[in-house]
Design a protein. Structure first.
Length: 413
């Protein structure tokens, strides 16, 4: 086994998906819907694979993205970013946002470079930075309020702490907005503050925006690439899995200026080479349909978050009826609930070397058949305690399943 794998052996997804397979709990763990994806993309995929005139839709396509999909992506994002995006040189289609993150980091980070990661962060950022030979530097969002009703809005960066994390070795900063697991949607001022530091220190912003359409009343998703002089230094990452509720399709993308996309393209062409053709064709058709009804309530980019907002509000109530305080998310489809009271009342077992939230999530899955995800997985070892009192639940689930979770949690009161 190669030395580079040492210290990054664990993956929260692998571990907890395995547990779910064994225990078969009500699974509010990983982020995927338990209801049907939109007909538009499902039918488009069936059509693409069974097309009796264009057999080539089942064969390899262009390495950096299927022509119809890069056309759709550049049309959409040119509109959203307010500049013409070159579909040949500025867009790359990948095997999920996961691969987009990987090739971006591998293609841009040199050995010895520092990469700032805002905590809590999507779990793969840290191992990916390490695989690239970089050094992760962590800066946590800190709660400015811990009692009463709290919202993800109450979790903020300390400007000075962030500024101090930049050094002459800093190559990039990774920001996830809307954030998984917290649900924080970064505000204009917060992004401007980060952008200012990127410009001052000549740093690249790697923006994980996979939940770009999932933000709730009063919120707005601001794209770093639209801020003054930030296009030149920003790579933005998205996911068809999240956008169209088809996480099993593992199709994502990265876009940014050609000089930043070159490295990621090189890594992609020598590893994955090209992504699944019929899936790219179907995602392209999905985008074309949404582009036609863009801005209307029927557009999936509006109808899905509208549906999710109702689920969020119901689930916050379900949690509070169970005696759990939740951090109300402004975006995304996860919610953090404070389970410290429950944990203090029961014997969750497990090894004391393991964090309490990991032990509790396992206990809950095995003994009450309800699964979540332990939030300390989204922190560096030194800041893991900041997530330890919580459990993450995914709420893009059928209402009856959210109700069932409530019954299980109420019984623990
Ligand atoms: N980034 C974040 C913040 C995520 O939550 C996920 C998982 N959905 C990904 C990246 C990976 O996305 P994909 O499933 O498209 O690889
Ligand atoms: N991104 C999803 C989450 O955060 C699922 C990740 C996975 O299963 N790899 O839950």
């Amino acid at each position: 086994i190669a030395e580079k794998t040492s210290g990054i052996e664990k993956s929260v997804w692998v571990e907890f998906n395995q547990l779910a397979l064994e225990v078969k709990p009500l699974n509010l763990g990983p982020g995927f819907p338990d209801f049907a994806a939109p007909d538009t993309v499902r039918k488009a995929l069936a059509k693409a694979c069974t097309n009796d005139t264009n057999f080539l839709l089942n064969q390899y396509t262009r390495s950096f993205g299927h022509p119809r999909l890069i056309a759709a992506l550049s049309k959409l994002y040119s509109k959203l970013i307010g500049r013409e995006i070159n579909q040949q040189t500025e867009v790359l289609v990948t095997a999920g946002a996961y691969e987009a993150l990987f090739v971006t980091i591998m293609g841009l980070v040199n050995k010895g470079d520092e990469v700032i990661i805002i905590e809590p962060f999507y779990e793969c950022y840290m191992p990916q930075v390490k695989l690239a030979g970089g050094t992760p530097v962590f800066v946590p969002l800190r709660p400015r309020k811990t009692t009463g009703v709290t919202s993800s809005e109450d979790w903020v960066l300390d400007t000075e702490e962030l500024a101090n994390a930049f050094s002459d070795k800093t190559k990039a900063i990774i920001v996830n907005t809307p954030n998984n697991p917290l649900g924080k949607v970064f505000k204009y001022e917060e992004l401007m503050m980060i952008a200012g530091l990127c410009k001052k220190h000549n740093v690249i912003a790697i923006m994980d925006e996979v939940y770009e359409w999932m933000f709730y009343t009063g919120q707005e998703h601001i794209r770093m690439a639209t801020l003054p002089d930030m296009w030149e230094r920003t790579v933005t990452i998205g996911s068809a899995g999240k956008t169209f509720s088809v996480t099993g399709w593992k199709t994502g993308w990265a876009f940014g200026p050609a000089h930043l996309m070159k490295g990621p393209q090189v890594i992609h062409q020598h590893s994955v080479y090209t992504c699944t053709t019929p899936v790219q064709e179907a995602v392209a058709e999905g985008f074309e349909i949404e582009l036609q009804r863009f801005g209307t309530p029927e557009c999936y980019f509006k109808s899905l978050p509208a549906e999710l907002e109702v689920k969020r509000d119901n689930f916050v109530k379900i949690l509070s009826d169970s005696g759990l305080n939740a951090i109300i998310p402004e975006g995304g489809y996860f919610i953090l609930a404070d389970v410290s009271d429950i944990i203090s009342k029961i014997n969750i077992g497990g090894s004391p070397n393991e964090r309490k939230d990991f032990r509790f999530v396992k206990w809950l899955s095995r003994n009450r058949k309800l699964q979540g995800i332990p939030p300390s997985a989204f922190y560096s070892p030194e800041h893991g305690h900041m997530g330890e009192n919580y459990i993450r639940f995914c709420f893009i689930k059928e209402d009856e399943n959210l109700e069932k979770a409530g019954e299980i949690l109420r019984a623990l009161k």
